[in-house]
Design a protein around this ligand. Structure first.
Ligand SMILES: Cc1cc2nc3c(=O)[nH]c(=O)nc-3n(C[C@H](O)[C@H](O)[C@H](O)COP(=O)(O)O)c2cc1C
Length: 188
């Protein structure tokens, strides 16, 4: 049975290195693993609990329902986020705020990555993302979740991984996620 994973980039930029990294990761997946990229972060309205009065009644805005459905359908999640001003991008925090009430991430295996051209790799945004995912009761795969510094040396202009060490750590992270999904299937 296909392992269904959803990848979410914290960057809306058309030439985003975080999105490129997720696409490169998807290309590493074995045939029995499907990694889809969620591309609707920019369509979400600003989080307003007042628009989400009855989350179980499916009355939230349409783009929010789409996000929740895609997360619900996925067996595991991979995030890759940039850091803006030492924090998690507003669009990503906004998306995660919209999914709190439905508990769609609860217990789900998650890999959390951050990528930045800086030497820190966006470590503060990475920590911020881990805090949010902790609040959502995700099953964070700590060993498979890390910041990736100097991202421009790891990917070429076509968004392909050119650094063997990066290829290795991403493959290992992906394997850990697949293992966690399979373990969860056996004992949900
Ligand atoms: C307004 C702004 C603030 C930024 N702040 C940080 C920062 O605090 N730490 C960091 O490592 N990079 C920072 N950057 C650089 C981003 O990491 C870089 O633009 C990165 O490529 C964005 O990710 P993307 O390529 O996926 O869009 C900042 C960039 C912008 C435009």
């Amino acid at each position: 049975m296909t392992v269904r994973l959803l990848a979410i980039s914290g960057s809306l930029r058309s030439t985003s290195s975080n999105t490129a990294l997720l696409r490169a990761l998807a290309a590493l997946a074995p045939p029995e693993v499907s990694i889809e990229l969620f591309e609707g972060l920019g369509d979400l309205p600003f989080f307003d609990p007042g628009l989400d009065l009855d989350p179980l009644d499916y009355r939230a805005p349409e783009p929010v329902l789409k996000l929740r459905d895609r997360i619900k359908a996925a067996e595991g999640l991979i995030f890759c986020t940039p850091e803006y001003a030492f924090g998690i991008p507003g669009v990503l925090k906004n998306a995660l705020d919209w999914v709190v009430s439905m508990g769609v991430i609860e217990g789900k295996p998650v890999v959390a990555l951050a990528a930045s051209p800086s030497n820190t790799g966006g470590d503060k945004a990475h920590q911020g993302l881990l805090w949010v995912l902790t609040a959502l009761n995700a099953q964070i795969l700590q060993e498979a979740s890390f910041p990736l510094p100097r991202i421009r040396q790891r990917l070429n202009a076509a968004g392909e991984i050119v650094d063997p060490a990066t290829d290795r750590v991403l493959r290992t992270a992906l394997e850990a996620l697949i293992d966690a999904v399979e373990a969860r299937r056996e004992s949900p």
